[in-house]
Design a protein around this ligand. Structure first.
Ligand code: HEM
Length: 416
């Protein structure tokens, strides 16, 4: 009977269906067991749900898979089948590097990777800690606030403003704009992505123009590196630079806050684990953060388009078809993790896919870890007892960013 239900469940899998967007986890279990390489005719897309298969797909290399249809195609894009043809994207104007194969992908990524290198990120430690402490100084007297957006959201958005040389008082506007990407239309499962991305580009273009006028001397490396890029035999326009930075603008704002809030909720729900972490916050929070990254990471999947026929992970992918790798499912794969559906703060984690793997591996991994450690540790240093008002918690149905959009925390006792 259970098997029947699972079979029906894997056969009903559609990443944009209301049911899946409400809770994909039962589908993932069914997919891993019954259909680890599932072909979705409607979208001409292969879906991979097992941990090792996701790695195998993302490391094929040699430009076999390129995100020509974007790394996060909408249902509208996927419904348009490529019919065995894949267009080479024009380089003038330059599309976002994430849609291009080698060498363009690496050239563009490397032109703005400098502020994300470990040393540059370490130098942000005091800045991020000051942001977290200042934010808590405002929020704790309220005794009740939204842990996702008001705390982690504001801090992460402020860091992105800082990296883009934008005034920090635009952080709320940045946060709201990025969050609008998660507000999917309940009927179609879609979002007006082009309009939202256009607005992100408009906001960033103002600061890119300022850097160009100031000489782009490298003091704002996130922007200046792209402004100084000579690879294409011409300077990139402000809009082209902004386009390259949309992933950072969005990725840097939408993920860390959900993991922070959800991670603290998992600790709250397991008092023994919270006590254990509290024994030595400096040593234990970084360990707990790794489990939070596995268990709470909200990004569910990314996609690529096949630029030639590829046989991988039990699938014969034809040129033009799309592959979709389910990071959300890989994180719960029992072949990789014991008791994958339990939060265990100090479980051994040898490999994690929450930051992706292969060519598109998350550029913000060190910054994400730094922010998470500081946000969690600062909160636990200031707050002795806390609970959550789950009647007011919001987890919007989402095919992509599935996590606690709002998680109201109640502060019961502060630490001396
Ligand atoms: C815990 C937090 C984060 C998680 C779980 C996460 C996850 C991911 C994943 C899974 C990918 C791979 C996408 C793919 O395969 O197509 C990715 C890529 C990326 N992430 Fe993150 N991310 C996080 C934080 C950040 C931060 C803080 C930033 C920037 C400030 C960032 C910027 C990016 C960018 C720009 C890419 C695209 C990299 C490229 O295509 O070269 N992410 N992230």
């Amino acid at each position: 009977m259970i098997e029947d239900t699972r079979q029906r469940l894997s056969a009903r899998y559609d990443p944009f269906s209301r049911d899946v967007m409400n809770d994909p986890l039962p589908y993932y279990e069914a997919l891993r067991e019954e259909a680890p390489a599932l072909y979705l005719e409607k979208y001409d897309t292969w879906v991979f749900s097992r941990f090792q298969d996701v790695i195998d797909v993302l490391t094929v290399g040699a430009n076999a898979f390129i995100a020509t249809d974007t790394t996060l195609p909408t249902p509208e894009i996927l419904r348009r089948h490529n019919g065995g043809q894949v267009a080479e994207l024009p380089l003038d104007p330059l599309p976002i590097g994430a849609m291009l194969g080698s060498p363009h992908f690496e050239v563009l990524r490397n032109a703005h990777i400098k502020p994300f290198r470990p040393r540059a990120v370490r130098e942000l430690t005091d800045f991020v800690r000051d942001l977290a402490e200042a934010r808590l100084a405002e929020l704790l007297p309220l005794r009740r606030f939204d842990l996702t957006q008001a705390y982690g959201g504001r801090v992460s958005a402020s860091v992105i403003c800082h990296l883009l040389d934008m005034p920090l008082d635009r952080a709320d506007e940045v946060l709201d704009l990025v969050n609008s990407l998660s507000r999917t239309d309940p009927e179609s499962g879609g979002t007006d992505v082009p309009t939202i991305i256009g607005r992100c580009i408009d906001i960033m273009s103002e600061y890119i123009a300022k850097r160009r006028a100031a000489g782009a001397d490298g003091s704002v490396p996130l922007i200046d590196g792209l402004l100084s890029l000579g690879y294409y035999g011409r300077a990139l326009t402000d809009a082209e630079v902004a386009t390259q930075l949309t992933c950072v603008f969005i990725g840097g704002v939408e993920t860390v806050p959900k993991i922070t809030a959800h991670g603290l909720k998992e600790l709250h729900d397991a008092p023994d684990q919270l006590d254990a972490v509290r024994q030595d916050l400096a040593a234990n929070v970084p360990v707990a953060v790794e489990e939070m990254i596995r268990f709470c990471a909200p990004a569910q999947w990314f996609a690529r388009t096949a630029h030639r026929d590829v046989e991988v992970a039990g699938a014969k992918v034809r040129k033009g078809q799309r592959v979709m790798v389910l990071f959300g499912s890989a994180a719960r794969d029992p072949a990789e993790y014991d008791q994958p559906d339990s939060f265990i703060w100090n479980r051994p984690i040898e490999r994690v896919l929450s930051f992706g793997t292969g060519q598109h591996y998350c550029i913000g991994i060190h910054l994400a870890r730094l922010e998470l450690r500081i946000l969690i540790e600062t909160f636990l240093r200031r707050v002795e007892r806390f609970s959550f008002d789950m009647d007011r918690a919001v987890r919007l149905p989402s095919s992509f960013q599935w996590g606690w959009n709002e998680l109201p925390v109640v502060i019961e006792e502060l630490r001396a």
